[in-house]
Design a binder for this molecule. Structure first.
Ligand SMILES: Cc1ncc(COP(=O)(O)O)c(C=O)c1O
Length: 456
């Protein structure tokens, strides 16, 4: 039985508003058979999210098959930027599927050519070429590889160090994991590559020294010679907290990487495609990286990722040396082209900036009421509430989990804060969410925080 479910809630007073509907106990008793089946046949590491069986997802809402409907603050982990289940995306997928071309390996196909050209047309110089891949981690692996190849060519074998940041998350494959900044997640690797080095991320909350000199000091403390750095990689905002780095820090980092012949890599897997109120997250810093890595919101649907970069860097390898079986799949590319058109034609970037302003204003008012909310990070339609022991920066993951649980029971869906002392309540609705749904869902959040704090 599902005895370890922590999201159980009895449906006392049903919720029935314009946007939310919760009319059963949670998990829905009839859904237990399916949840049990997953528990039986999948590893338990797949569990942990609120126990809703997604039946239908449209726009900014998710429904189960038993009459419940949530305002979605997850975007399916920041994927559905253009909205869930958009007809234009579904039609593009159906058209491509009906055209009798479902896969081509690295043989040419029309949607892949169109997407590569379209992406380059909207990216700033010098990002003039793109590799298309399938998952975010895979694209990160490619970026790591490009940094090392480029570095070693320029400076010999010693120039292979990849610098990244504490608390960073770049994916779960071997290289991406080692570029990440969560030591506990890497324990299983045992023999970590010493060529991956992390430095503090200047979030201004837990790391208060946000001057760029801290970056250079941290490298010196770790015995890294700047001349040996092949690349510096960072999430444009940190996924775990939603924190951005200060603009002067990022400009200094851009200048430093150029000076030392290291590539600057922005992991835009969460930040790209309008999420932060700009098309690309790095625009907030007024810089352009040498490589930018995309995933998630690139298609608002099917698995697709990309590494965009300088042509001189991405062209360094010969034909056939960087293939991937599903890269540039025609159906996924058709979906991405349709999603991209929606984001641009419906001005979803500007909309995210506007709605995001409302969201952040409301969240600031909530944080002022509760000393258990240590800070609010993020821009546009991404926000992270740091749950802490009052008046400290010490994370309180029990509180974060309890807030998510209570909001879920009231019809606002988030992914659960998972793993390694993480204590952020993350808000990332599809960019199509209207302002009144933001107001409604923030009201639910406020009540959930109040109740969770009282229950402590
Ligand atoms: C910032 C960031 N980079 C990389 C990844 C890895 O992407 P994927 O899960 O598609 O491999 C993620 C996934 O959550 C992410 O948030």
């Amino acid at each position: 039985m599902l005895t370890d479910l922590t999201f159980v809630s009895k449906c006392g007073r049903p919720v029935d508003t314009r946007y939310r509907r919760i009319v059963t106990d949670l998990p829905v008793p009839e859904s237990l058979v399916l949840l049990e089946k997953l528990r039986q046949f999948e590893p338990r590491s797949m569990a942990g999210q609120p126990p809703v069986v997604w039946h239908r997802a449209e726009g900014f809402q998710v429904e189960d098959a038993w009459g419940n409907r949530w305002i979605d603050w997850s975007s399916g982990v920041l994927i559905a930027n253009a909205g869930h289940g958009r007809k234009e995306v579904a039609d593009a997928i159906a058209r491509q599927a009906a055209a009798h071309l479902l896969t081509t390996f690295s043989f040419a196909n029309e949607p892949r050519a169109q997407l590569a050209a379209r992406l380059v047309s909207i990216l700033p110089d010098p990002l003039r070429k793109v590799f298309l891949y399938t998952t975010g981690s895979e694209a990160i692996e490619c970026a790591i590889k490009m940094c090392r190849i480029w570095g070693v060519r320029a400076g010999g074998r010693a120039k292979h160090v990849i610098v990244s940041f504490d608390q960073a998350f770049h994916g779960r494959t071997l290289g991406a994991l080692q570029a990440g900044g969560i030591p506990q997640a890497k324990e299983w690797v045992v023999n970590l590559d010493p060529g991956f080095v992390q430095v503090p991320f200047p979030d201004g909350f837990r790391v208060t020294d946000t001057d760029f000199s801290a970056f250079e000091r941290a490298l010196a403390q770790r015995g890294v010679d700047a001349a040996n750095v092949a690349g510096v990689m960072l999430e444009t905002f940190q996924g775990g907290s939603s924190a951005f780095a200060p603009v002067p820090y990022m400009r200094a980092l851009r200048e430093w990487t150029a000076r030392h012949g290291a590539l600057l890599v922005c992991d835009e897997i969460q930040a790209g495609f309008g999420r932060t109120g700009k098309l690309w997250g790095f625009e907030h810093y007024g810089i352009v990286p040498d490589l930018a890595v995309f995933g998630k919101g690139i298609s608002s649907s099917l698995p697709l990722s990309a590494v965009a970069g300088r042509a001189d860097v991405l062209d360094v390898n010969p034909p056939l040396s960087m293939t991937s079986s599903h890269a540039g799949n025609p159906v996924c590319c058709a979906a991405a082209l349709a999603a991209l058109s929606l984001i641009l034609d419906e001005n979803l970037v500007e909309r995210a900036a506007q709605t995001g302003e409302l969201l952040h204003r409301k969240l600031a008012a909530i944080a002022a009421r509760f000393p258990q909310i240590g800070c609010i990070a993020g821009k546009g339609l991404v926000a992270g509430l740091a749950c802490v022991r009052p008046h400290t920066t010490e994370p309180d993951s029990t509180l974060a989990f309890e807030i998510v649980r209570r909001a879920f029971a009231q019809g606002v869906l988030m992914f659960a804060p998972v793993g390694f002392g993480m204590a952020t309540v993350k808000i990332a609705p599809p960019l199509v969410i209207p302002e009144d749904a933001i107001e409604e869902s923030v009201g639910v959040l406020e009540e959930a925080i109040g109740q969770a704090v009282e229950a402590q």
